[in-house]
Design a protein. Structure first.
Length: 73
């Protein structure tokens, strides 16, 4: 592999990590919003399901990020 290929590959890996970190932050923000803003509860009658869904999204992104970091860090 050339240095250019390694560099480009590193950019894609970095982009993937950033995207996963954004998904984790988004999930955290959603759960925090549901827990702190009563207005949001009125708009989401199934708030428990919404919290679980956001947590699952964050957990999945965290699992994938951990997998990447263990193998290509």
């Amino acid at each position: 592999m050339s240095q250019k290929e390694v560099y480009v590959g590193g950019l894609f890996l970095e982009a993937a990590k950033i995207r996963l970190e954004a998904r984790i932050k988004n999930a955290e923000a959603k759960v925090n919003l549901y827990l702190t803003e009563l207005v949001g509860v009125g708009e989401h009658p199934e708030i428990t399901d919404e919290i679980i869904r956001a947590a699952e999204e964050g957990a999945h992104a965290q699992d994938v990020l951990d997998f990447i970091n263990k193998r290509w860090n």
